[in-house]
Ligand binder design. Structure first.
Ligand code: PEP
Length: 229
């Protein structure tokens, strides 16, 4: 599988105009752009090469679920990928059970699901075996699927400037691949300076990029590294 690079814009930028500007600049073949919900339509309108993703997707198809957006709606809207279980959502109370349900609903609706997992610092301090066990537990309710991708994102590495050691990320990616036979992305403080060290690992199929993804200059460099590796 070719290496991919996913731009998780999180709750950025503030305006549709700015979203369109960034999307145009990041519109490359091996890229998935994941804007906030209000900008999905505008970004869809300008993408010629990149795929469109959503930052979350609910597990029910439709009904009385105020504030939620379903995988089926997203699929019909032209979205190809959905992130579920990002640690910023787990922090708001999402459980492994809920995330597994979201992943299943996304796959059933025809989306490619990027399911995020990752250990906190106190687990990482106990070493790679403890981290591996923690990740296996987070994935214990998840069903294998050809449409599933797992993103390994250590919580302590997200938005902190402290990326994981690529060897350790590759070790956890291997644990996940052996368990579910799915591609694994790494996420956590990646940038154009460290992207290659992760992308050159055979266990790592791509990057989930947060902060650097709203800096088109930086992100484009990362996309070129992913394409050429
Ligand atoms: C993320 O939000 O998924 C992420 C990896 O963020 P950052 O690249 O900023 O650490």
């Amino acid at each position: 599988m070719k290496k991919i690079i996913v731009a998780n814009w999180k709750m950025n930028p503030l305006t549709e105009r700015e979203a369109v500007r960034i999307a145009r600049a990041e519109d490359k073949n091996n890229v998935v752009i994941v804007p906030p919900f209000p900008f999905l339509g505008a970004v869809r309108g300008v993408l010629k090469n990149a795929s469109l993703g959503a930052q979350d997707a609910f597990f029910e198809e439709k009904g009385a679920y105020t504030g939620e957006v379903s995988s089926a709606m997203l699929k019909k809207f032209g979205v190809r990928y959905a992130i579920v279980g990002h640690s910023e959502r787990r922090r708001l109370g999402e459980s492994d059970e809920m995330i597994a349900k979201k992943a299943k609903a996304g796959v059933d609706a025809g989306l490619k699901v990027i399911l995020c997992v990752g250990e906190p610092m106190d687990i990482r301090r106990r070493g790679r075996n403890a981290a591996g066990a923690f990740i296996r537990k987070q994935l214990s309710r998840v069903k294998r699927s050809k449409s599933l991708i797992v993103a390994y994102e250590p919580i302590w590495a997200i938005g902190t400037g402290k990326n994981a050691d690529p060897e350790e990320a590759a070790y956890v990616a291997d644990v996940i691949r052996k368990m579910l036979h799915v591609p694994v992305l790494y996420g956590g403080s990646t940038n154009s300076r460290n992207a290659k060290s992760f992308l050159e690992k055979k266990e790592i199929t791509g990057l989930l990029v947060g902060g650097a993804s709203i800096d088109p200059k930086e992100f484009k460099k990362m996309a070129v590294i992913a394409r050429d590796i």
